[in-house]
Design a protein around this ligand. Structure first.
Ligand code: BES
Ligand code: ZN
Ligand code: ZN
Length: 500
C-alpha cells in the first residue's frame, strides 16, 4: 500500500473513496470544509440529513453522481478535538476497510486539524490504521474466494491542512510503515497453520531476519543437544511428546553506538498446543496454532528493529516446541528440572507455556538486562478476566509498568495491570517439588501463572504480558485488527524500546 501526504487533494477523485472527518461539536473543518465547498455543500447537507454530530463510531456513506465525482464519500465521526491517536487509527482503518469492501483501490483520507507538535504521532497512527486495517491472510484461498471479500486498497492519499508540518507528517508515515511491517510479519507467522509453522520453520525465519541485517543482528540457535547441555529441562519436557524437534533462539540487536540500556524480549513459542496428555477438548484446540504468538511478536519486532535503530541493546529469546500427546509425552505427576535448578511437578500438561518460559526467562535474566518483557498466550483465565481485546500485565516493577502502559496506549494495544500478590505464592508450591505447574484453585489463573514465572526472573525488572485474548481476533471488534492474527505486542514493545 502506497501512502502519501500532501496539502492538496489529488486532482482526480473518480474511482476513489473520499473519507471526511466530522469533528464532534464542530462538524466540517479545515480540509473537510474545503472539500465540502468543492462539492457545493453536498457533504454538509449529508451530515445534516443523517443527523451526524461527530461522535466516534458514527458514519454515513454516499455515492455521488457526476463525471468527476468520487465513487464514494464516507463521513466519519472522529470525536471531540484534539484529534487523538486512537481516533486517527480507527478513522483510517474504518475508511480503508470500507474502500476495500466497495472494491475501490484508492482512498483519499482528509484529516482534521491536528494539535501542534502532534503531527508525527498522529500520522503514524493513521498509517498503522490504514495498513493494518487493510491486511488479510488469503494465501490459502482460491482466487474466487479472495474476490468475494473485496480487494485490497492500493493507495492512500492523506490530505492535511498545514503545509508547514508536512515533513513531520511524512516522518510519522515512515514510522507507521515500519511498525506495521513488524506487526504484519508477526501476523503472517501466526496465521500459518501449525503444520507449516513448526519450531524448525520459526528458527529458519529467525535466521533469515538476521541474514537481512548481519551488521546489526546476530543469533544463537540451540537445538535439542544444546538444550540438554544447558539443562533446559522445562522446554525439553514439553517438547518430548512431539516428533518436531525443539529449539531455543537467541537474537541480538546491537546498536552502532554505545547502548543506553539493555532489554530482553521473551516469547512463548508453542507452535501447537494440543494440551498434551491433558488433552484439550476439540473446540479448545481449534485455534491453538496461535500459541506461538509471543514468539511471533518477538520476531516481528526483530524484523524491523535494525531499521528503527534505537540506541538500546535488544535480545529476543523464544523456546520453540510443540505440545503433543504420545508415548513419549510428559505425564501428569512427572517432575522436571528447569535451567535454574528449580524442580517443577507437572500436574497438567496443558499448562505447558509456563514450563517452557521457565527456561527462556532464566536464560534472559542471565543476560542481566535493565528490563525483561515476556509475551505469552498463557492462560484462558486472562481472557475470562479481561476479555478478548485486552492483555494482562503482571510485573515486579512499577516503573516498567508505567512505561509499558504508556507505550501500549500510544499504539492502540490495550493492556491492564493485574497484581502479583505474595499471598498467592503458596498456590504454586508443590508438596513433592519446588513448584507445581497449576495452582489447584479454579480462581485467579492468570495471576498464579504470572507468580509461577516470577520464580525464574531473579531480581530482573520484568513484565509478563498475557496475550491469550488479543493475539487473535475472532471478530472485527477493533478496526485495525481484522479477523485473524493481530500481531499484538509488536508495536507496544517497539515503542517501549524507542522510548528508553
Ligand atoms: N495456550 C493455552 C492458553 C490459551 C487459551 C491461549 C486460550 C489462547 C487462548 C495454555 O497453554 C493453556 O492451555 N492454559 C491452561 C492452563 C490451565 C491448565 C491451568 C488454560 O488456560 O486452561
Ligand atoms: Zn496449554
Ligand atoms: Zn499453551
Amino acid at each position: 500500500m502506497k501512502i502519501t501526504v500532501a496539502q492538496k487533494r489529488p486532482d482526480k477523485l473518480s474511482g476513489s473513496l473520499v473519507a471526511v472527518p466530522v469533528v464532534e461539536g464542530k462538524g466540517l473543518v479545515g480540509v473537510a470544509a474545503d472539500f465540502d465547498g468543492s462539492m457545493r455543500g453536498l457533504v454538509k447537507e449529508l451530515s445534516k440529513r443523517k443527523k451526524m454530530n461527530g461522535k466516534t463510531g458514527e458514519s454515513v456513506v454516499s455515492h455521488p453522481t457526476g463525471k468527476d465525482a468520487p465513487a464514494s464519500i464516507a463521513l466519519y465521526g472522529i470525536g471531540k478535538e484534539p484529534f487523538s491517536g486512537k481516533a486517527a487509527r480507527k478513522y483510517a482503518a474504518d475508511a480503508v476497510r470500507l474502500a476495500s469492501k466497495e472494491k475501490l483501490k484508492r482512498l483519499v483520507l482528509l484529516l482534521p486539524d491536528m494539535g501542534e507538535g502532534e503531527e508525527e504521532a498522529l500520522l503514524q497512527a493513521v498509517t498503522e490504521g490504514a495498513i493494518l486495517g487493510n491486511y488479510r491472510f488469503e494465501k490459502y484461498k482460491s482466487e474466487g474466494a479472495i474476490g468475494k471479500e473485496g480487494e485490497r486498497v492500493g493507495s492512500v492519499s492523506v490530505v492535511i491542512g498545514d503545509a508547514a508540518v508536512l515533513a513531520d507528517a511524512r516522518k510519522g508515515v515512515k514510522r507507521g510503515e515500519i511498525y506495521s511491517r513488524g506487526t504484519e510479519f508477526a501476523r503472517e507467522l501466526v496465521n500459518e497453520p501449525a503444520c507449516e509453522m513448526t519450531p524448525g520453520r520459526l528458527a529458519d525465519l529467525a535466521k533469515s531476519i538476521v541474514a537481512e541485517n548481519p551488521k546489526a543482528l546476530t543469533m544463537k540457535l540451540m537445538d535439542r543437544a544444546a538444550l540438554k547441555k544447558m539443562g533446559a529441562g522445562g522446554l525439553l519436557a514439553v517438547a518430548q511428546g512431539s516428533s518436531e524437534p525443539p529449539y531455543m533462539i537467541h537474537l541480538k540487536y546491537k546498536p552502532a553506538g554505545k547502548p543506553k540500556s539493555r532489554v530482553v524480549l521473551v516469547g512463548k513459542g508453542i507452535t501447537f498446543d494440543s494440551g498434551g496428555l491433558s488433552l484439550k477438548p476439540s473446540q479448545g484446540m481449534e485455534d491453538m496454532k496461535i500459541d506461538m504468538s509471543g514468539a511471533a511478536a518477538v520476531l516481528g519486532a526483530f524484523s524491523v528493529i535494525a531499521e528503527l535503530a534505537p540506541d538500546v541493546e535488544v535480545h529476543g529469546i523464544a523456546g520453540l516446541c510443540e505440545n503433543m500427546p504420545s508415548g513419549h509425552a510428559i505425564r501428569p505427576g512427572d517432575v522436571v528440572t528447569a535451567m535454574n535448578g528449580k524442580t517443577i511437578e507437572i500436574l497438567n500438561t496443558d499448562a505447558e507455556g509456563r514450563v517452557t518460559l521457565a527456561d527462556s526467562l532464566h536464560y534472559g535474566a542471565r543476560l542481566e538486562p535493565d528490563f525483561m518483557i515476556d509475551l505469552a498466550t498463557l492462560t484462558g483465565a486472562c481472557v475470562v478476566a479481561l476479555g478478548q481485546e485486552v492483555a494482562g500485565l503482571m510485573t515486579n516493577s512499577d516503573g516498567l509498568a508505567d512505561r509499558l502502559l504508556e507505550a501500549s496506549e500510544a499504539e492502540g494495544e490495550m493492556i491492564w495491570r493485574l497484581p502479583l500478590p505474595e499471598e498467592y505464592e503458596e498456590l504454586v508450591k508443590s508438596p513433592v517439588a519446588d513448584l507445581k505447574n497449576i495452582s489447584g484453585s479454579k480462581y485467579g489463573g492468570a495471576i498464579t501463572a504470572g507468580l509461577f514465572l516470577k520464580n525464574f526472573v531473579g531480581d530482573t525488572a520484568w513484565a509478563h504480558l498475557d496475550i491469550a485474548g488479543p493475539a487473535w481476533a475472532e471478530k472485527d471488534t477493533v478496526a485495525h485488527q481484522p479477523r485473524g492474527a493481530t500481531g499484538f505486542g509488536v508495536r507496544a514493545v517497539l515503542r517501549f524500546v524507542e522510548s528508553l
